[in-house]
Design a protein. Structure first.
Length: 476
């Protein structure tokens, strides 16, 4: 249409297609929450889209005659100078040249955003190249600023729902009954992914997809043990599980997984002995046999440390692709742990806001990808000063946003940990301590402190920390 592309690699017809569709009466509401003025690379199109938005806001119409009345003389003159034609003629030519029309409006709006992102990345790369060749440039500031720009671009590219978000209450009810019937047909009573723990399943209905579940505890209570053991059980049941470990490398997690699986074969070897090689040859053979049970499990471990939320999004999508190639889908994402996620530069050290940003993003990921996100979290050190060291919601570290964003909050507590370190004041007290320790040595309190669709209660589980094993309490 006699307009030159403002930058190399820019396809101007994509912008003209969307503008022409809207001017021809396309439904602006379908792209209002996704497309913004700045996504248009061509200056005239950027201004025109703002006028179209104003026409919709004021008159509930984006038809060309309505938009034409809101066009300023300055804009009309700019079009005449650049295209050597009246503005109305240019608008009419865009309407006449549309190919896909209203049916392709949303798809083409996404193309505009993707094209804007490519152009923005190209511009930023050029700026980085120039700055990197300047001896006066501070590399830390350069990388930091570039990270902010990349985060903003990625945020816009990901904006907008990937699923239908508006349904009637009747449709929602139908979906709810479908999930219930599926649970009945499976005979498990679960609407989510299994925990592999009977009482916990009964109380929660499983790990719910599209929910953020937080498991919090002080160090040495068994966060990683529970997270990994539950991941293994879910994978055994056929669910695709991604485990993002920000604290421990994959080999050490695998050692824990091996001793957990071997436990059901009555092979009880501490995972530390496996890591350090302090095991008998007979036990080694049994563990190697147990490893064969793991080979085909749909459980993937990502052990890169220092990941940001944006990095975790990228890793999650990579896991989803790997799962799809195996004929599987990703159902659960476990993150160990929340406190080790790299904060963005947006809040510059304000930990409360940083954590709020992280939990909000994890909640969004759960809903957007249709997966269950399970985040492990370390609790506030102040808990150690309490007489009763059982965690409460107030023990959540750094931010009340955790309590707000999480659909389910679970606290772990092992009395044996504290009894083992307690110093008795008399022989009688020492005998009492030893007896209590023997009674609770393998007891893990699994406290459901918040649950949107179920009871708040406590479940006693069996745990063998040395073997990284969690089982139903009634079995042992």
């Amino acid at each position: 249409m006699n307009m030159q592309a403002p930058v190399q690699g820019f396809i101007i017809e994509i912008e003209q297609e969307v503008l022409g569709t809207l001017l021809g009466g396309g439904d602006f509401r379908r792209i209002a929450g996704v497309l913004e003025d700045h996504h248009f690379v061509e200056d005239l199109h950027r201004i025109l889209f703002g006028v179209i938005r104003s026409a919709h806001d004021r008159y509930n119409s984006t038809a060309m005659p309505v938009v034409a009345k809101l066009i300023s003389e300055e804009f009309a003159e700019a079009v005449r100078r650049k295209l050597d034609k009246p503005v109305n003629a240019y608008l009419a030519s865009m309407v006449a040249s549309t190919l896909n029309g209203p049916d392709g409006l949303e798809k083409n709006a996404r193309k505009i955003i993707e094209q804007w992102a490519r152009v923005s990345l190209s511009n930023e790369a050029a700026r980085l190249h120039a700055a990197a060749n300047d001896p006066a440039t501070n590399p830390v500031e350069l990388v930091t600023n570039a990270g902010l720009v990349f985060d903003d671009i990625l945020s816009d590219v990901r904006r907008g729902p990937k699923r239908k978000t508006q349904v009637t209450v009747g449709d929602a009810s139908t979906n709810a009954f479908a999930a219930t019937r599926e649970a009945i047909e499976r005979g498990s009573g679960l609407t989510g992914v299994t925990w592999g723990l009977t009482d916990v399943n009964r109380l929660t209905g499983g790990i719910q997809r599209r929910d953020l579940t937080l498991i919090g505890a002080r160090p040495s209570m068994g966060k990683t043990t529970v997270g990994l053991s539950v991941s293994l059980k879910a994978a055994k049941a056929g669910a695709g599980v991604g485990f993002i470990s920000l604290e421990m490398d994959a080999d050490k997690l695998a050692a824990r997984a091996i001793t957990d699986i071997a436990y059901d074969r009555n092979v009880k070897v501490p995972y530390q002995d496996l890591i350090t090689g302090r095991i008998k040859s007979g036990d080694l053979q049994a563990l190697e046999a147990a490893t064969k049970d793991m080979e085909q499990l749909p459980l993937w471990i990502e052990d890169q440390s220092g990941l940001s939320i944006t990095d975790i999004r990228i890793k999650t999508e990579s896991l989803m692709i790997k799962a799809e190639k195996m004929g599987q889908k990703l159902d659960v994402l476990v993150i160990d742990h929340l406190g080790l996620i790299k904060a963005s530069n947006r809040y510059a050290g304000n930990r409360t806001n940083e954590i709020a940003e992280m939990t909000g993003a994890l909640k969004t990921m759960a809903r957007e990808y249709g997966i269950a996100v399970v985040a492990l979290s370390q609790l506030n050190r102040g808990l150690e000063q309490q007489a009763d060291k059982r965690p409460q919601l107030s023990s959540l570290r750094d931010s009340g946003a955790i309590e707000q964003d999480a659909d389910t909050i679970i606290f772990l507590y092992r009395e044996a940990y504290y009894l083992d370190r307690e110093k008795a004041s008399s022989p009688e007290k020492e005998m009492e301590r030893i007896e209590k320790l023997a009674d609770c040595q393998n007891k893990l309190e699994f406290h459901i402190a918040k649950q949107r669709n179920g009871p708040v209660t406590n479940v006693d589980l069996f745990v063998d920390i040395a073997c990284s094993t969690v089982r139903n309490g009634s079995r042992y």
